[in-house]
Design a protein around this ligand. Structure first.
Ligand code: ARG
Length: 255
């Protein structure tokens, strides 16, 4: 009798223990998200409320809701972010991160969620730079660790490149005339060209390099699949378009 009772308790408890263990090995309970706070309009601090807002923030929250994940959002420097994902310190990175082959060697990416590219900005009255062909000998600012910095190193070693720790400093130097041009992501540059009343910039030349943003994960993360599935649902059910319109004011064209 006694023996039978123990057997029954063990039989009942085993699946529960197994479930607990499985849960521990699968997706973590609270997903640690890494982002930046200086990349308008993807992630930035609302000056009036001090709140972290932007396209990426809305998107990752919608993904979390769809995939039933609890998020904890951490902000840091963009340079530290990719390292933090690579080492598994954070589970998910979303920060307008361009999908590149090189990065893909050390981190995993979701399906692309935004089409971007690189563009040059100069002061509105600049007459000397009308495309990247005019960059030789010019002072060009960008952000350190970005695809723009890499592009400049590879294609314009004859320019004098300054990579700032934050892109806002590059724009300030452009405004002050300490650099002649800034190369950076098109949607971010467009914000300073069109919406920031403190700056008086124009873009010049073509989009220099087509890029796509992806959500980043440590290699082999179990979250890649559920996040991709959630992204697909959000594109399907109109949520993606609503978020896109909120931040870019027009329909996304990528479908
Ligand atoms: N797309 C560029 C890159 O991946 C710049 C991204 C900058 N993002 C940011 N949150 N500061 O290198």
């Amino acid at each position: 009798m006694k023996k039978w009772k123990w057997k029954r308790i063990t039989v009942c408890l085993l699946p529960a223990v197994a479930l607990l263990l499985l849960n521990g090995c699968g997706a973590p309970d609270t997903v640690q998200v890494a982002t930046d706070n200086g990349f308008v309009p993807f992630e930035f601090v609302d000056p009036s409320t001090g709140e972290l807002i932007g396209f990426d923030i809305d998107l990752i929250n919608a993904v979390a809701e769809e995939a039933e994940l609890n998020l904890n959002i951490n902000t840091m420097d963009f340079d530290g972010l990719i390292a933090g994902i690579r080492t598994g310190r954070y589970d998910v990175g979303i920060a307008g991160i361009t999908i590149t082959e090189e990065r893909g060697e050390s981190i995993d990416f979701s399906d692309p969620y935004y089409d971007a590219g690189l563009i040059l900005a100069v002061q509105a009255d600049n007459q000397t730079i009308s495309s990247e062909a005019d960059l030789a000998g010019k002072r060009v600012g960008t952000r350190s660790g970005s695809t723009s910095e890499r592009y400049l190193q590879e294609h314009h070693p004859e320019a004098s490149i300054t990579a700032f720790p934050g892109i806002v400093e590059a724009y300030m130097d452009l405004e002050a005339g300490r650099v002649d041009a800034v190369l950076y992501d098109l949607p971010n540059v467009m914000y300073y060209v069109q919406q920031d009343s403190k700056t008086n910039f124009k873009t010049v030349g073509e989009v220099l390099q087509g890029e796509q943003y992806g959500i980043a994960f440590p290699k082999g993360s179990p979250l890649v699949e559920p996040v991709n599935a959630a992204l697909a649902v959000l594109r399907e059910n109109g949520t993606y378009d609503r978020i896109y319109e909120k931040w870019f004011g027009e329909d996304s064209e990528d479908e």
